[in-house]
Design a protein around this ligand. Structure first.
Ligand code: NAD
Length: 294
């Protein structure tokens, strides 16, 4: 039987650890603060922002949430960020994505000061990650890294196959796992939509990371015995037997793949709960001046 990698439990452990760290830094007179900007009325985004606000509140981090209408201009968004960049009491800035179509997302992300970029999307932080320098790492890949570390999965010299090459998950996790350091040092292959047959790659994986967004794309026959599987996918599929009319599945067929895997993350309850803990960890690291010293 595969070990079920319990992201919910690990995230809750981390939350307790962060609470203690916040108490520590607050006792030294530093009050960590996260500023969140939400533009528009997207229901999922509203829910994500509320849970970030709640998490901060639970562990004693101050949060400021600015909720702006859909009609907000790009200039107004840039002005808000400029204000937060120059506010010494703000440690982390998060712009909830997606932004309305009339606002240039890259321009907005580029305007966030790299030292407050707790989502790790600014090109300066991307470059620092690739160069192996201290950086803010995007929260979902950082959560995956933390799960592998806490489950003591030795990656040195192992073949990690990442399916998906997004800036949010695929590229940063590949970069993290190939770093020459004790909890990484893996041999990494990245495959994506141009691969004629992804099973050619997935079958070679000692550790498989699926970040595609395609329900149960990876089947039992696509992996080898003993593989460690990290399923990042969050996909809704119709299920009329449930109250909501749908259920959430990953990019991996859990029933089939868990029979061959040595360890696997469930969906939900695997990678998902880690992301928010990593965002707050990054905010705390900013308050502690762990990445940018000035
Ligand atoms: P994305 O759409 O930006 O990228 C998907 C990637 O998959 C692309 O690089 C594409 O080339 C690749 N791809 C698409 N079809 C493929 C195929 N048939 N074979 C091989 N590669 C293929 O998505 P994303 O933002 O990286 O998210 C991926 C999944 O992870 C989604 O289901 C998303 O909801 C989920 N996600 C979860 C969390 C979390 O748990 N907190 C965070 C981010 C994303």
């Amino acid at each position: 039987m595969a070990i079920i990698i319990d992201g919910k439990k690990i995230s809750s452990d981390i939350k307790n650890e962060l609470k203690a760290r916040v108490e520590n830094i607050t006792a030294k007179g530093i009050k960590p603060k996260l500023a969140l900007l939400l533009v528009g009325e997207d229901a999922a985004s509203q829910m994500y922002v509320r849970s970030k606000e709640r998490y901060c509140n639970d562990i004693g981090i101050e949060s400021v949430v600015l909720r702006m209408p859909n009609t907000t201009t790009e200039e107004e968004v840039l002005d808000i960020i400029d204000k937060w960049n120059n506010d010494k009491t703000v440690n982390g800035i998060l712009v909830q994505l997606p932004l309305p179509k009339h606002i240039n997302e890259s321009k907005v992300l580029l305007s966030i000061s790299p030292s407050k970029d707790v989502d790790g999307f600014h090109p300066e932080n991307v470059g620092r990650l690739v160069a192996g320098l201290p950086s803010y790492v995007p929260c979902t890949p950082l959560g995956i890294y933390e799960l592998l570390k806490r489950y003591k999965i030795n990656l040195k010299g192992k073949h990690c196959v990442v399916v998906g090459r997004s800036n949010i998950v695929g590229k940063p996790i590949a970069n993290l796992l190939m770093q020459k350091e004790p909890n990484a040092n893996a041999i990494v292959t990245v495959c994506h939509s141009a691969a004629p047959d992804i099973s050619y790659y997935t079958k070679q994986a000692d550790v498989l990371i699926a970040a595609v967004g395609s329900p149960e794309l990876i089947k039992g026959e696509d992996v080898k015995e003993g593989v460690v599987v990290i399923d990042v996918g969050i996909n809704r599929v119709e299920d009329l037997s449930t109250e909501k009319g749908y259920r959430v599945v990953g990019d991996v067929n859990f029933a089939e793949v868990s029979k061959k895997a040595s360890a696997i993350t469930p969906v939900p309850g695997g990678v998902g709960p880690m992301t928010i803990s990593m965002l707050i960890l990054n905010t705390l690291r900013s308050a502690e001046k762990e990445v940018y010293k000035d």
